[in-house]
Ligand binder design. Sequence first.
Ligand SMILES: [Zn+2]
Length: 247
Amino acid sequence: MNVEDYVGEVLGQRGHPNSFPGELVLPDDLVVAFSALFVAGEKEAREYGCNLIYEESRSELSRSRRYVGDMNSCPIRTMMHWENCADVHCHPAASIGDVDGYSPHSMEDFLYFSEQTHKPLFIRFVVSHDRIYAAVYRKGHTLYDAQGIDELRGRLAFEIGQYFKSHCPVGDDERLEAIMKEQEKARLVGEDVNDAAARVVIEYKRRTPGLGEFTAEATTRACKQVAARYRFGFYARSGTYTLARVD
Ligand SMILES: [Zn+2]
């Protein structure tokens, strides 16, 4: 069903109390706007995002201004009113070292639902290249469990870290040495040492065969686990503008 109809039925008529639609269809202008966030984010190796607000009189989702984040997160402002029933942010890929890694929601993205649990409905969209994903929280149905999600976060980070360590063309010592060398150079010219370290890590991530795809696959598996365990709706784009629910 159309995502704006879904939002209208939940907010206006308390519809869909304990189930999620099989698919959500996005209006063209949202798809275009989401894609633009990814293009901007991939160019600068940082996440861009915005709030989505349901305009009842027009039965439409409107967008807030853009928020600018860093390579791992985007500081989208929390709005307390119910009409702010969704948000979107992009996940850059090759620019942060995840070549061909178009990942869905991080476990942190699920943890940030804690700020939205008073609302009847909250949809968090993630866009990465030609993929659009949605995670849907429904008050009274979703069993939000920060501790459980955080455990999955730890396990996923470990799994991805292990892949990186065992497939990176250089060992831990050599990588650490390269990071320290780059930081020393940064210090001499007054640059941020953390940025310098990140640059080196990104370069090694890029040179690690299959890391991006592995990260996207492992993250998708974790999203499915969260959705099944805690009753979130989890969607991935299947057709042009249609997000199909993934079980
Ligand atoms: Zn994210």
